[in-house]
Design a protein around this ligand. Structure first.
Ligand code: SF4
Ligand code: SF4
Length: 501
């Protein structure tokens, strides 16, 4: 008999005196962890199936459940950790590539947590955002170097197309297919209410969401799923996805189990087929090729929509960004290696790419040094967790930030990192009708609105504390930042001084 060497990572701890055998946990768990044993007249658990999504814990009416990390220990050492041993057992058994979802969980430095923000004292007084105007409106797109006036002295608007945001927070690309219809609907509704944008990801645009076009970024990735003339015309901006922080250098993969009828129509692929987008765009092998696609899209949209080029943060990101700025793109989106995903090979997610903080600082500096910073706006994403991360990103040179994992958490995601299985118990990363209905789109959109409004208020408070009254004045203002516990090299790359200096 073959022995299954893969052991449970979690234990389901059920308080027998509290459990009333209502079987709610059984109904709520799509991973089939809980069941009722007629002989024992009690609930039992198959812990090998538990992904620690907390659905049962939250739904149990008597608070009888607790999920704890298994403390079964291996005879590990600093080289052969429990994780490295268990993944070998897993791969020896399955012969497969390790798959995972969400962002890089490894303990690499999070530079946001090693950067401190300034505040005014005595001179350059702080500003009270409750009593004085504070501007969080942000315009994204190429800027012109000089102001032109007509013969009457009036300013001539010679600006290329711009995106106007009420707050520098946008929802990053998450495709319909990787997330549910209701999750997509929540993002679209929230972006519209907030005066910001959400992003279709590479899955096309469901016919029901065309009405949110003014608040939509339509994305074109290497697979060209769901791309049509109507799709290109539908959004306020067009994003070419060259790379993604969670899996730089490879394409996307939506398992066939998630390609249900509606997803297949939206992506324009057969139902049930795996949607695998190629690693490169097969028509882009140089900046000149990228330029052709940028201008094809501008042409197709009558030069009325900004074109964004999204790249992953990798070693030579500053040089790549310089090329992208020269390709005619209006906006560069940079995705750091802690950025989430619906599915990625674990080894790539955890080892490829660089932190967004270093990538952003390097790109902003390079574009300034080359005198082309105003040719493009910069959006950054990849694990933006709170409003202070956004303040720090803008002071390092970003114009706006993309959030995705934070948005999912606001909707109810419990970070079980199992999106790739398609059985999300919270109705987010799934297409199973019994699960998708668990997410109420209206309620989820209100939570997103609450989150972004709360963060925007905090941004105003922190800017006011610095004596700064607009995002524009904060952008690239690295004097407002100090590093703590960083090496000289790290400070040099971030372009900031150490605390105390
Ligand atoms: S939901 Fe709670 S009370 Fe109901 S069977 Fe499960 S553990 Fe027991
Ligand atoms: S979206 Fe769902 S499956 Fe993905 S991490 Fe969150 S709770 Fe888990």
């Amino acid at each position: 008999m073959a022995i299954n060497m893969v052991e449970p990572l979690y234990e389901v701890s059920r308080n027998a005196t509290r459990c009333i055998n209502c079987r709610i946990c059984e109904k709520e768990c799509s991973n089939l962890v809980h069941s009722y044993d007629e002989n024992l007249k009690a609930m039992i658990s198959d812990e090998t199936k538990c992904v620690n999504c907390h659905r049962c814990v939250v739904m149990c009416p008597t608070h009888a459940l607790k999920i704890v990390k298994s403390d079964n220990c291996f005879r590990e050492n600093a080289n052969w950790t429990q994780d490295s041993i268990m993944t070998i057992y897993n791969q020896a058994q399955t012969g497969g590539v390790l798959l995972s979802s969400m962002g890089n969980p490894e303990p690499f430095p999070v530079y946001w947590d090693k950067i401190l923000i300034n505040a005014s004292q005595v001179t350059n007084p702080s500003i009270d955002p409750l009593r004085e105007p504070m501007e969080t409106k942000t315009f994204l797109g190429a800027k012109v170097p000089d102001i032109k006036r007509d013969e009457n002295g009036d300013i001539v608007n010679n600006l290329p197309p711009q995106i106007e945001l009420s707050t520098p927070i946008m929802f990053s690309a998450m495709s319909y297919g990787s997330i549910s219809y209701n999750a997509h609907s929540a993002l679209a509704q929230a972006a519209t209410k907030l005066g910001t944008l959400y992003n279709t990801g590479e899955g096309g645009l469901h016919k029901d969401f065309y009405k949110y076009g003014a608040n939509t970024i339509v994305q074109i990735a290497s697979g060209r799923f769901g791309v049509s003339k109507n799709f290109i015309e539908a959004g306020a901006a067009i994003e070419i996805k060259m790379g993604q922080g969670a899996k730089p250098g490879i394409g996307g993969h939506l398992p066939g189990t998630k390609v249900v009828e509606d997803v297949s129509k939206t992506r324009m692929i057969p139902e049930g087929s795996d949607a695998i987008s190629p690693a490169p765009h097969h028509d882009i092998y140089s900046i000149e090729d990228l330029r052709q696609l940028v201008y094809s899209l501008k042409e197709a949209s009558n030069y009325k929509k900004p074109v964004i080029v999204k790249i992953a943060a990798v070693h030579n990101v500053a040089v790549i960004a310089s090329g992208v700025a020269r390709s005619g793109a209006d906006i560069i989106a940079i995705d750091g290696f802690r950025g989430g995903t619906g599915a990625a090979p674990t080894r790539i997610r955890d080892n490829v790419g660089i932190p967004i903080e270093l990538a952003l600082a390097a790109v902003d500096k390079r574009l300034r040094d080359e005198g082309i910073r105003d040719k493009v706006s910069i959006i950054v994403g990849g694990s933006i967790r709170n409003s202070s991360d956004i303040i720090k990103a803008i002071a390092l040179g970003a114009d706006a930030c993309y959030i995705a994992t934070s948005a999912l958490i606001a909707m109810g995601c419990h970070m079980c990192r199992s999106c790739h299985l398609g059985r999300c118990n919270w109705g987010i990363a799934t297409q199973r009708p019994d699960l998708t209905k668990r997410l109420d789109a209206d309620e989820a959109s209100q939570k997103l609105v609450n989150l972004v409004e709360a963060w925007t208020h905090e941004i105003k408070e922190m800017m006011g504390g610095m004596g700064i009254n607009s995002i524009e004045a904060l952008r690239g203002n690295r004097l407002m930042l100090r590093g703590i516990g960083l090496t000289e090299k790290e400070l040099e790359i971030l372009g900031i001084m150490h605390a105390g200096e």
